[in-house]
Design a protein around this ligand. Structure first.
Ligand code: SAH
Length: 223
């Protein structure tokens, strides 16, 4: 990298954080984590020049790395504490997992494409995120062996809240996920699990409109 491109990269990163703030991300810990993780390490080589633009970008297997604002927003809404154990569905590039890893004790992330899981594992290793475990599997089933989770974040859209995930959420736990059809209107929901005298309650709050790739059933047959 020449000095000039290094300077440009610094400028891009400063602008990136300013954009997140301007759009309303105010949690200092989230902004710090997003300032520390290099998004260039998680995008494809052919989109590296756009790594710090506030947009989703294509990655391998026809998937996308989420828009930074949406990553910041979902992370902020999770209200992570350093002792939390987190489940992520949809590892993709590993970028969201890298942010979660800075803010929580442990992250288990499930991806249905082996290619993406292997690549994300390598990238997370290179970034020093030792507290993330990437598993190839079907996110609709969650990870019962490791449940309950204090927080669950789903980064692919489903029509309904997967039952296994609601079950694997701890009491008092929070889950954020996009709901809606593949090519129709989607919005984020925040689910909060609590015990009431009548039994377990899953409170649901509707958040912002979004656009995510669909959550698909089963491990991917292709790599
Ligand atoms: N969090 C990612 C965003 C990835 S896009 C990032 O930061 O880059 C959503 C990902 O969810 C895709 O990689 C897709 O393959 C994956 N996915 C879709 N359905 C899934 C399922 N049932 N189980 C696990 N992963 C799934």
């Amino acid at each position: 990298m020449t000095d000039e491109t290094a300077n440009q990269a610094d400028i891009d990163r400063v602008n990136f954080l300013l954009t997140l703030r301007r759009r309303g991300i105010s949690d200092q810990a989230v902004l710090r984590a997003m300032g520390e993780v290099s998004r260039t390490a998680f995008v494809s080589p052919d989109t590296i020049a756009s790594a710090y633009a506030d947009q989703a970008l294509p990655i391998e297997c026809g998937q996308t790395i989420s828009q930074p604002y949406v990553v910041g927003y979902m992370t902020e809404q999770l209200g992570l504490k350093p002792h939390h154990r987190v489940l992520e569905i949809g590892t993709g590039s590993g970028y969201q997992a890298a942010i979660l890893a800075k803010l929580a004790r442990e992250v288990v992330s499930i991806e249905r494409y082996r290619t993406l899981a292997d690549q994300a594992r390598r990238r997370l290793g290179a970034e020093g995120a030792a507290n993330v475990e990437v598993i190839v599997g079907d996110g609709f089933e969650g990870c019962p062996d490791r449940a309950p989770f204090d927080r669950i974040i789903v980064t692919a859209a489903a029509e309904e809240v997967p039952e296994a995930l609601a079950e694997q959420l701890a009491d008092g736990g929070v889950m954020i996920m996009p709901l809606g059809p593949e090519n129709g209107p989607q919005h984020l929901v925040k689910l909060t699990k609590s015990q009431t005298p009548e039994g377990v309650r899953l409170g649901q709050e509707k958040l912002i409109p979004v656009r995510f790739v669909p959550m698909l059933r089963g491990k991917a047959r292709e790599l």
